[in-house]
Write a protein that binds this ligand. Sequence first.
Ligand code: GLY
Ligand code: MN
Length: 465
Amino acid sequence: MSAALAENFQQGWADTGLQLPLVPGAAFAAKRRAALSERFPGERIVIPSGGLKARSNDFDYTFRPHSAFIHLTAEQGTQAVPDSVLVFEPLGNGHEVTLFTRPRSPRDGGPNGAEFYSSRRHGEFWVGRRRTLTETSDAFGLAAAARDDLERALAGRVPTRVLRGEDELVDALVPPAREAEAELLTFLSELRLVKDEWEVEQLRTAVGSTVAGFHDVVGELRTATGLARGERWIEGTFNRRARLDGYGLGFETIAAAGAHACVLHWMHNDGPVRDGDLLLLDAGVEADSFYTGDVTRTLPVSGRFTDVQRRFYDLVFAAQSAGIATLRPGARFGDFHDAAMRVIAEGLDAWGLLPGGDDPLAADSALYRRFTVCGSGHMLGLDCHDCGAARSEAYLDGVLEPGHVLTVEPGLYFQPDDLTIPEELRGIGIRIEDDFLITDDGALCLSADLPRGADEVEAWMASLR
Ligand code: GLY
Ligand code: MN
C-alpha cells in the first residue's frame, strides 16, 4: 500500500448514519441481566461472546456468539460482533453493565485508521458496517465501550467470575477460579430454562420456518430419488430454507435414507434416497435471534408406508403420543421418556423381538434399549440441547414448569447388521420429534402444523407431490 493511497483512503467518506436496526428483544435481556446481577452481588462478572474460529488458512467459520452472551444481550444474527464482552462491574447494590465491542472502523486516521480497508477479519470494506459505540449503546440499552479498553476495565482486585474458554484475552487477564466459574456457568444455564414471552415468540418463529423446510423437502423428494447423493439434495433443500428465513441451522441437518436412519446423528448425508425406503429428516432452523427449532419426521419416500414400515411407525407414534400426554407443569422431566419407552418396550415384547428369560422390560435389564439407545427429548432454546450445564435437580431430575420448551422424540432403530431380528426389519430407523411449550395447565405443540400420524403424513405427501 503506497503512502499516497493510505492517505487517500482517509478522506472523502460521507457520514452514513445509523443503518442497523435496533435490537428487538433488548428489554427482555435487561431483565435477565438484572437476575444475574442479583445472584452475584459485589463481584465482577465477565461474559464474552467468543470470536471467529479459523476454518482453513484465512477463512473463518460463520460467527455465532456464545448462547449465554446472546441471552444477556438479545444480539441478532448477522449484526453480532466477534470478540464482544459483557462486563458487570459491581456498583452499589448492583452492577453497571458495559458492552465492550469492536466499533465501526474509523475513517479519519488515528490508531485504527487503516482497519477499514486493510483488516480482512474486521475491516468494514471486508465484513460490512458495524455499529458505532453510540449506536451500540442505543441498540442494547447498555453502556458501550471499545474492546481496546477491556484490559483497563478488567484491572484492579475485584472478585471476578468469567465465562472461561471463549476469549483468550479475558482468560489471560483473569486468574482461573474453577468452582466459582462452574457456579456461574450453571446459573447462566438454569437462567435459560424458563423462556419469557419474547423467547417463546422466537421459538415459534424458528419452529415455523423448520416446518416450512419440511414442506420444501417433500416437494423435492422426487428429484432426490434421481440423484446418486439424494440425501445431499434433501439437506440442501432444508438448509436453503434455514438461510432464507433465519440465521442458519440449529445443528447440522440429519438427512438419513434407508439404513442410514439407524445412525442416530447421521450427518454425512451422502447416500441415495430410494423409493420404498424411509427418509428420516431431523433438522432445525435457527432464527435470526439464534433460537432454534428441532423437528424429526420419518417419511416414506414413495409417499406410502409399506406394511412393515407402518407397523413400526405406528408404534413410535404411539410411544410419542404417550410421552406427549404426560407433559404438564409439575410432571417430572423424565415422565415423557418413561411413558414413551414403556410403549416401545411392550410393543417389541408383544412382537417377540425381545429375548425371553428375565423380564426384558425391567429397569435393571431394559433389553429393549438395544433398539432405542438415546434419550427421548431435551430442553430447546438458543442451543438445540439447551441448558446443558443445569444441575440435574433443576433439569433431568426436576419437574416441568410453564415456560419450559422441550422436544419429545422417541425412536426405534433396527440396525442393518443385527442378527437377532428378522431380516425384513433390518435397516429400519424411525424417529418422530416435535417441540412443546409447557403452559399453565398442559403443553402446546409448536410444530403442530406438521402432519404426524401415518395417514396424515401420507395425505400431506400426496398433496405436495
Ligand atoms: N436433533 C438432534 C438431537 O436432538 O440430537
Ligand atoms: Mn432433538
